[in-house]
Design a protein around this ligand. Structure first.
Ligand SMILES: Nc1ncnc2c1ncn2[C@@H]1O[C@H](COP(=O)(O)OP(=O)(O)OP(=O)(O)O)[C@@H](O)[C@H]1O
Length: 217
Protein backbone atom coordinates (compact mmCIF):
# COMPACT_ATOMS: atom_id res chain seq x y z
CA UNK A 1 0.00 0.00 0.00
CA UNK A 2 1.09 3.62 -0.39
CA UNK A 3 3.31 4.96 2.39
CA UNK A 4 0.98 7.65 3.64
CA UNK A 5 -2.62 6.58 3.07
CA UNK A 6 -5.33 9.08 3.90
CA UNK A 7 -8.99 8.22 4.30
CA UNK A 8 -10.15 11.42 2.61
CA UNK A 9 -7.66 11.39 -0.26
CA UNK A 10 -8.85 10.46 -3.73
CA UNK A 11 -8.09 6.90 -4.76
CA UNK A 12 -6.40 8.30 -7.86
CA UNK A 13 -5.03 11.78 -8.41
CA UNK A 14 -3.39 12.43 -11.76
CA UNK A 15 -1.45 15.62 -12.39
CA UNK A 16 -0.05 16.73 -15.71
CA UNK A 17 -0.02 13.26 -17.23
CA UNK A 18 1.05 13.22 -20.84
CA UNK A 19 2.08 10.50 -23.25
CA UNK A 20 3.87 10.66 -26.59
CA UNK A 21 4.78 7.91 -29.01
CA UNK A 22 7.77 8.53 -31.29
CA UNK A 23 7.66 12.15 -30.07
CA UNK A 24 4.07 12.51 -31.30
CA UNK A 25 1.82 13.61 -28.40
CA UNK A 26 -1.11 11.25 -27.89
CA UNK A 27 -2.76 12.81 -24.85
CA UNK A 28 -2.22 15.34 -22.13
CA UNK A 29 -1.37 17.05 -20.04
CA UNK A 30 -4.31 15.52 -18.16
CA UNK A 31 -5.45 16.37 -14.63
CA UNK A 32 -8.17 14.26 -13.07
CA UNK A 33 -9.05 12.33 -9.96
CA UNK A 34 -11.20 9.41 -8.89
CA UNK A 35 -12.78 9.57 -5.46
CA UNK A 36 -13.91 6.56 -3.46
CA UNK A 37 -17.39 5.62 -4.61
CA UNK A 38 -17.22 7.07 -8.09
CA UNK A 39 -16.39 6.01 -11.62
CA UNK A 40 -14.59 8.05 -14.23
CA UNK A 41 -15.75 7.32 -17.77
CA UNK A 42 -12.87 7.66 -20.21
CA UNK A 43 -14.48 8.49 -23.50
CA UNK A 44 -13.06 8.93 -26.98
CA UNK A 45 -13.13 7.57 -30.51
CA UNK A 46 -10.98 4.81 -31.97
CA UNK A 47 -7.32 5.61 -31.48
CA UNK A 48 -7.94 8.49 -29.05
CA UNK A 49 -5.66 6.89 -26.47
CA UNK A 50 -8.07 5.30 -23.96
CA UNK A 51 -6.27 1.95 -23.77
CA UNK A 52 -2.90 3.69 -23.67
CA UNK A 53 -4.03 5.84 -20.75
CA UNK A 54 -5.21 2.84 -18.74
CA UNK A 55 -2.02 0.90 -19.49
CA UNK A 56 0.10 3.86 -18.41
CA UNK A 57 -1.92 4.16 -15.18
CA UNK A 58 -1.58 0.42 -14.57
CA UNK A 59 2.18 0.66 -14.99
CA UNK A 60 2.10 -1.67 -17.98
CA UNK A 61 3.39 0.91 -20.44
CA UNK A 62 6.41 3.13 -19.95
CA UNK A 63 6.73 6.65 -21.22
CA UNK A 64 4.02 8.55 -19.38
CA UNK A 65 5.16 11.84 -17.87
CA UNK A 66 3.47 13.48 -14.92
CA UNK A 67 2.43 12.45 -11.44
CA UNK A 68 0.15 9.56 -10.52
CA UNK A 69 -0.89 9.50 -6.86
CA UNK A 70 -2.75 6.55 -5.36
CA UNK A 71 -4.49 7.21 -2.01
CA UNK A 72 -2.40 10.36 -1.56
CA UNK A 73 1.02 8.92 -2.28
CA UNK A 74 2.94 9.12 -5.56
CA UNK A 75 3.46 5.61 -6.93
CA UNK A 76 6.02 4.98 -9.67
CA UNK A 77 4.88 3.10 -12.76
CA UNK A 78 6.79 -0.06 -11.88
CA UNK A 79 5.02 -0.35 -8.52
CA UNK A 80 1.49 0.35 -9.70
CA UNK A 81 0.47 -3.17 -10.74
CA UNK A 82 0.13 -4.12 -7.10
CA UNK A 83 -2.19 -1.19 -6.36
CA UNK A 84 -4.74 -1.37 -9.16
CA UNK A 85 -6.79 -4.09 -10.84
CA UNK A 86 -6.55 -3.87 -14.63
CA UNK A 87 -9.06 -5.50 -16.98
CA UNK A 88 -7.67 -5.17 -20.49
CA UNK A 89 -8.81 -6.16 -23.98
CA UNK A 90 -7.02 -9.49 -23.64
CA UNK A 91 -8.06 -11.46 -20.56
CA UNK A 92 -4.41 -12.17 -19.58
CA UNK A 93 -5.11 -15.86 -18.95
CA UNK A 94 -2.91 -18.92 -19.44
CA UNK A 95 -4.83 -21.14 -21.87
CA UNK A 96 -3.14 -24.37 -20.80
CA UNK A 97 -4.28 -23.96 -17.20
CA UNK A 98 -7.80 -24.50 -15.92
CA UNK A 99 -10.10 -21.66 -14.87
CA UNK A 100 -9.41 -22.39 -11.21
CA UNK A 101 -5.66 -22.70 -11.74
CA UNK A 102 -5.61 -19.34 -13.50
CA UNK A 103 -7.36 -17.65 -10.62
CA UNK A 104 -5.12 -19.38 -8.10
CA UNK A 105 -2.03 -18.27 -10.02
CA UNK A 106 -3.20 -14.67 -10.41
CA UNK A 107 -4.21 -14.41 -6.76
CA UNK A 108 -0.76 -15.64 -5.78
CA UNK A 109 0.79 -13.00 -7.99
CA UNK A 110 -1.48 -10.03 -7.26
CA UNK A 111 -3.21 -10.80 -3.99
CA UNK A 112 -6.75 -11.76 -3.08
CA UNK A 113 -9.61 -10.42 -1.02
CA UNK A 114 -9.53 -12.52 2.13
CA UNK A 115 -13.33 -12.78 2.35
CA UNK A 116 -13.79 -14.51 -1.00
CA UNK A 117 -12.65 -17.83 -2.41
CA UNK A 118 -12.19 -18.94 -5.99
CA UNK A 119 -15.31 -21.14 -6.18
CA UNK A 120 -17.45 -18.26 -4.94
CA UNK A 121 -15.92 -15.88 -7.49
CA UNK A 122 -16.55 -18.37 -10.32
CA UNK A 123 -20.17 -18.71 -9.21
CA UNK A 124 -20.66 -14.93 -9.11
CA UNK A 125 -19.58 -14.57 -12.74
CA UNK A 126 -21.72 -17.50 -13.92
CA UNK A 127 -18.88 -20.03 -14.19
CA UNK A 128 -19.82 -22.38 -11.35
CA UNK A 129 -18.57 -25.85 -12.24
CA UNK A 130 -15.90 -24.52 -14.63
CA UNK A 131 -13.12 -24.77 -12.05
CA UNK A 132 -11.36 -27.62 -13.88
CA UNK A 133 -12.17 -26.49 -17.43
CA UNK A 134 -9.08 -25.65 -19.49
CA UNK A 135 -9.20 -22.01 -20.54
CA UNK A 136 -8.50 -22.99 -24.16
CA UNK A 137 -11.96 -24.63 -24.16
CA UNK A 138 -13.73 -21.48 -22.97
CA UNK A 139 -15.49 -19.07 -25.31
CA UNK A 140 -14.44 -15.44 -25.59
CA UNK A 141 -17.31 -14.38 -23.33
CA UNK A 142 -16.51 -17.11 -20.79
CA UNK A 143 -12.88 -15.96 -20.74
CA UNK A 144 -14.09 -12.44 -20.15
CA UNK A 145 -16.21 -13.69 -17.26
CA UNK A 146 -13.15 -15.47 -15.86
CA UNK A 147 -11.23 -12.20 -16.03
CA UNK A 148 -14.14 -10.60 -14.16
CA UNK A 149 -13.80 -13.28 -11.47
CA UNK A 150 -10.15 -12.28 -11.12
CA UNK A 151 -11.23 -8.64 -10.85
CA UNK A 152 -13.73 -9.54 -8.16
CA UNK A 153 -11.05 -11.41 -6.20
CA UNK A 154 -8.62 -8.49 -6.36
CA UNK A 155 -7.99 -6.54 -3.16
CA UNK A 156 -7.17 -3.35 -5.13
CA UNK A 157 -9.53 -0.41 -4.45
CA UNK A 158 -9.03 1.07 -7.92
CA UNK A 159 -10.29 -0.79 -11.00
CA UNK A 160 -9.08 0.10 -14.49
CA UNK A 161 -11.62 -1.36 -16.92
CA UNK A 162 -10.91 -1.19 -20.63
CA UNK A 163 -14.18 -1.75 -22.49
CA UNK A 164 -15.44 -4.15 -19.84
CA UNK A 165 -18.56 -5.08 -21.84
CA UNK A 166 -16.59 -6.55 -24.76
CA UNK A 167 -17.71 -10.08 -25.74
CA UNK A 168 -20.41 -10.17 -23.08
CA UNK A 169 -24.07 -11.02 -23.57
CA UNK A 170 -26.80 -8.94 -21.91
CA UNK A 171 -26.62 -10.83 -18.58
CA UNK A 172 -22.85 -10.33 -18.73
CA UNK A 173 -23.28 -6.58 -19.22
CA UNK A 174 -25.64 -6.52 -16.24
CA UNK A 175 -23.08 -8.52 -14.26
CA UNK A 176 -20.40 -5.88 -14.97
CA UNK A 177 -22.79 -3.15 -13.86
CA UNK A 178 -23.63 -4.99 -10.63
CA UNK A 179 -19.95 -5.60 -9.92
CA UNK A 180 -19.00 -1.97 -10.51
CA UNK A 181 -21.88 -0.75 -8.35
CA UNK A 182 -20.98 -3.13 -5.50
CA UNK A 183 -17.30 -2.17 -5.74
CA UNK A 184 -18.11 1.53 -5.55
CA UNK A 185 -20.61 0.98 -2.72
CA UNK A 186 -17.78 -0.70 -0.80
CA UNK A 187 -15.59 2.40 -1.20
CA UNK A 188 -13.74 1.48 -4.38
CA UNK A 189 -13.38 3.48 -7.56
CA UNK A 190 -13.09 2.74 -11.27
CA UNK A 191 -11.93 4.11 -14.58
CA UNK A 192 -14.05 2.72 -17.41
CA UNK A 193 -13.30 3.27 -21.09
CA UNK A 194 -16.22 3.56 -23.44
CA UNK A 195 -17.11 4.35 -27.03
CA UNK A 196 -20.53 5.29 -25.82
CA UNK A 197 -22.04 2.23 -27.52
CA UNK A 198 -23.42 0.96 -24.22
CA UNK A 199 -25.06 2.75 -21.33
CA UNK A 200 -22.58 3.70 -18.63
CA UNK A 201 -22.64 1.72 -15.38
CA UNK A 202 -25.48 3.04 -13.20
CA UNK A 203 -23.19 4.67 -10.67
CA UNK A 204 -21.89 8.12 -9.73
CA UNK A 205 -19.90 9.00 -12.82
CA UNK A 206 -17.61 11.73 -14.10
CA UNK A 207 -16.33 12.09 -17.63
CA UNK A 208 -12.88 12.41 -19.17
CA UNK A 209 -12.86 12.87 -22.92
CA UNK A 210 -9.79 12.11 -24.99
CA UNK A 211 -9.36 13.37 -28.52
CA UNK A 212 -8.59 16.49 -30.47
CA UNK A 213 -12.00 18.10 -30.14
CA UNK A 214 -12.07 17.87 -26.34
CA UNK A 215 -8.65 17.14 -24.80
CA UNK A 216 -9.84 16.80 -21.23
CA UNK A 217 -12.87 17.40 -19.05
N1 LIG B 1 2.05 -0.78 -29.64
C1 LIG B 1 1.79 0.31 -30.36
N2 LIG B 1 2.71 0.82 -31.19
C2 LIG B 1 2.49 1.92 -31.91
N3 LIG B 1 1.34 2.63 -31.87
C3 LIG B 1 0.38 2.17 -31.06
C4 LIG B 1 0.54 1.00 -30.27
N4 LIG B 1 -0.59 0.80 -29.55
C5 LIG B 1 -1.42 1.81 -29.90
N5 LIG B 1 -0.85 2.62 -30.80
C6 LIG B 1 -1.44 3.84 -31.37
O1 LIG B 1 -1.76 4.73 -30.30
C7 LIG B 1 -2.99 5.38 -30.56
C8 LIG B 1 -3.92 5.18 -29.38
O2 LIG B 1 -4.26 3.81 -29.27
P1 LIG B 1 -5.21 3.28 -28.12
O3 LIG B 1 -5.30 1.80 -28.28
O4 LIG B 1 -4.76 3.83 -26.84
O5 LIG B 1 -6.59 3.98 -28.51
P2 LIG B 1 -8.06 3.71 -28.00
O6 LIG B 1 -8.67 5.04 -27.70
O7 LIG B 1 -8.07 2.71 -26.91
O8 LIG B 1 -8.70 3.09 -29.30
P3 LIG B 1 -9.91 2.04 -29.53
O9 LIG B 1 -11.17 2.74 -29.16
O10 LIG B 1 -9.84 1.80 -31.00
O11 LIG B 1 -9.63 0.81 -28.73
C9 LIG B 1 -3.52 4.83 -31.87
O12 LIG B 1 -3.21 5.76 -32.89
C10 LIG B 1 -2.75 3.56 -32.06
O13 LIG B 1 -2.52 3.30 -33.44
Amino acid sequence: MPDTPSASAPLLDVRGLRFARDEMPLFGPLDFRVEAGEALLVQGGNGAGKTTLLRVLAGLLDGGQGEVRLSDAPVAAAARAGHVAYLGHLPGLKVDLSAGENLDYLCGLLGRRPTLDIDAALAIVGLAGFDDAPVRHLSAGQRRRLALARLWLSPAPLWLLDEPYANLDLPGIELVNRMVRAHLDAGGGALVTTHGAYAAPPVRTRLLTLGREAPAA
